[in-house]
Design a protein around this ligand. Structure first.
Ligand SMILES: [Zn+2]
Length: 683
């Protein structure tokens, strides 16, 4: 019923009877909108699906693909041309200034697609589609950013993947400690200008993954699990789904800003990739890297080198012979493969740092335990703190960064990756490292007051701290857990003042649990080596995936039963609202409750982005071409200058590094593979 109110005479009718309109609006509000808006509803044997979905919010000028899918027993293929598609009463082709592409994905299915269109005026847009007996309408909100006061020149978006509110408590307790119930010092995150919280659901499910949730920050749209900056269409291809222009494309197109993407995860992993790629499937690493290369962010640093080298090179995980490292080098990038090289690189115009074939090792393993069996040959990986400093140095000095500003995304990828196996100490150390990286960003911003800093998680985990554990009571003794007055205070010590506890095995540790888990054992003690909590059940029937406790982890621990499906080998994301902090120009927006899609608009507001304009437009197309030519020439000059520089030739270091990894030892690689398998790569 409420879907029809915007059509023709009925609309006039409703506008005369405001009460009826109100009732219709309430009906829309209380209906399960996320589901009904996304899923087609059959009317007279015909379904209509409109993408973007109902209640989508777009930036004025933000480019998107608009698609209407009509299917069902009575949806004859020949109908496509006869469908009515109106935007505020005007035919869509007239509004967009172009005709749609017409396709038939299947028998009794027809699609109309307008690619790369935009709506340039702010306001509400009612979309009405009529196909045979079926009618359907959705509405979009188009907004024009407005900086509240002086606009920001730069934005640094910091994402602690999987951080929840209790994560902050645990980091503060272990990093700063308390004296008689008061913290000795606060975290950097505790000392920001704005504090808020936000919800993270996608349009397919209340529970999100990192692709979907990070893409909400990047393009302001709700998505589906595993997807980035697209609306899922009815084809099987993961590359052709209707796109909505993301932050990197907008900032490059409208202002030619410099871009930096930094993560401790594989750089092609969900959160970093969501800033810069469009895909239905986050595990499409090769196309994601192709899209990264096309966009040429000035700074790209993290793990994931195995997808940058040709298939025939030892350690490669590519399926083709493309040498992406060589392509980056040829495009003028300085390539670095370890901390020493990164430090020696100075401030090149373009920097690609790949420090591990897969995810970088976590802080505890990288900087504290330094166990050769865990690190392998990767003994000189930079910290996130050092990568943060380097990326700021490069972006603030690169010509377009200096002139037009920059957007830098910094992710602590392994807070999430360590919470999944319920290794809370490793997750916490990486969160402290993230917080120390924030200290670097705040130091940078304090000197200039033109930089918005936004700190968010992308989703939560069900972690909670409820007391302490007396380790003298041995492994896995529930009576060693102190609750209420018996909890007392943990005994972590930070003698060297680096904000990390010197040891994760003090006499009294924290008691930390997770609300969802597979069946596993917990002995309440720190694991000197990372181990999966589960293994695949060797007794499971053929073709059945079922996890049981890993006999090698916490063998004396208490057995904790599964409360999630047995085919999940790790803890899963929570649906809980997650923390949000901001400082600098535009930060006031980030107070109170928000939806995750709001982050995008908050950043666009702060930068005062006009997405209806292109950076090269104001000087006219001839001048634009000249600028393009000069830019291309400077790239060539830069590349040749780079090629002449001694000591930077070729892809040597990373190839060598990956090659060594391939030979590092079958046992370790097998262990790593089984560990990765339990981590469910697709989440
Ligand atoms: Zn995760």
């Amino acid at each position: 019923m409420p879907r029809r109110v915007v059509h023709g005479g009925v609309r006039a009718h409703v506008s005369r009877f405001t009460a009826l309109g109100l009732i219709a609006m309430l009906a829309v509000l209380f209906a399960p909108i996320g589901f009904t808006a996304a899923a087609p509803r059959e009317q007279g044997g015909v379904n209509i699906r409109i993408l973007p979905i109902n209640r989508a919010r777009l930036l004025a000028g933000q480019r998107f693909d608009f698609r209407v899918e009509v299917s069902g027993a009575l949806a004859s293929n020949s109908d496509a041309g006869a469908y009515t598609v109106l935007i505020n009463g005007t035919p869509a082709s007239q509004v967009f200034g172009k005709e749609p592409t017409k396709t038939n994905v299947a028998v009794n299915s027809a699609e109309l697609t307008w690619r790369g269109v935009s709506l340039n005026q702010a306001g509400k847009y009612d979309i009405y589609v009529e196909a045979g007996p079926a009618k359907r309408s959705v509405s979009y909100e188009v907004v024009r950013p407005q900086a509240n006061g002086r606009p920001a020149k730069n934005v640094v978006l910091m994402i602690a993947d999987g951080m929840s509110w209790p994560s902050l408590t645990i980091a503060r307790l272990t990093s700063r400690g308390q004296t008689e119930g008061k913290y000795n010092e606060l975290l950097e995150m505790d000392r920001m200008e704005a504090t808020g919280y936000f919800s993270t659901s996608g349009y397919d499910s209340i529970a999100t993954d990192s692709a979907n949730s990070a893409a909400a920050f990047a393009s302001g749209q709700k998505g589906v699990v595993n997807a980035m900056n697209i609306y899922e269409d009815n084809t099987t291809s993961t590359e052709d789904d209707p796109r909505v222009e993301h932050i990197v494309d907008i900032l490059k197109r409208t202002r030619n800003m410099a871009i930096g993407i930094v993560s401790t995860a594989e750089i092609e992993d969900a959160t970093p990739a969501a800033m810069i790629a469009y895909t239905r499937r986050r595990s499409d690493y090769q196309p994601i890297i192709d899209q990264m290369f096309e966009r040429k962010p000035e700074v790209l640093m993290g793990g994931g080198a195995a997808y940058f080298i040709p298939k025939s090179t030892a350690g490669s995980r590519r399926t083709d012979e493309r040498d992406v490292l060589k392509q980056f080098r040829d495009a003028g990038y300085t390539l670095v493969a370890n901390r020493a090289e990164m430090n020696a690189a100075g401030t090149p115009e373009r920097l690609l740092g790949l420090f591990h074939p897969s995810n970088m090792n976590v802080y505890i393993d990288r900087a504290q335990t330094r166990d050769p069996a865990v690190l392998g040959p990767y003994t000189d990986q930079p910290s996130l703190i050092e990568m943060t400093q380097k990326s700021l140095d490069v972006l603030a000095n690169t010509p377009n960064g200096r002139q037009n500003g920059f957007f830098l995304m910094i992710e602590a990828g392994s807070v999430d990756k360590q919470y999944h196996p319920m290794d809370w100490e490793r997750g916490t150390a990486d969160l402290i490292e993230f917080d120390q990286s924030l200290a670097v960003v705040k130091g940078f911003a304090a000197q200039r007051s033109d930089t918005l800093v936004v700190v968010v998680a992308d989703h939560g985990h069900s972690i909670s701290v409820y007391g302490t554990y007396d380790t003298t009571k041995g492994p896995g003794n529930p009576d060693g857990i102190g609750t209420y007055d018996q909890a007392r205070f943990p005994t972590y010590v930070d003698r060297d003042g680096d904000k990390f506890p010197d040891s994760w095995s003090p006499s009294r540790t924290l008691a930390v649990g997770f609300a969802n888990h597979p069946e596993y054992r917990d002995d309440f003690l720190f694991n000197p080596r990372p181990l999966s909590p589960t293994i695949q059940d060797p007794n499971a029937a053929q073709g059945v995936t079922r996890f049981v406790p890993n006999p090698a982890r916490d063998p004396q621990g208490v057995l904790i039963g599964a409360n999630i499906p047995r085919n999940s080998g790790t803890e899963v994301h929570s649906v809980d609202d997650t923390p949000m902090f901001a400082s600098g120009p535009g930060s006031a927006y980030f107070r109170g409750y928000h939806d995750n899609t709001d982050m995008f608009f908050g950043m666009m507001n702060a930068l005062n982005i006009d997405a209806t304009r292109n950076a090269s437009q104001p000087t006219g197309s001839a001048a634009g071409t000249a600028i393009g030519f000069v830019m291309a020439l400077s790239v060539v000059v830069g590349a040749s200058r780079y090629l002449r520089r001694p000591g930077t030739e070729g892809v040597g270091p990373i190839s060598f590094m990956v090659h060594k990894a391939a030979r590092f030892g079958t046992a370790l690689r097998a262990a790593a593979a089984s560990f990765r398998a339990t981590l469910h790569d697709d989440r």
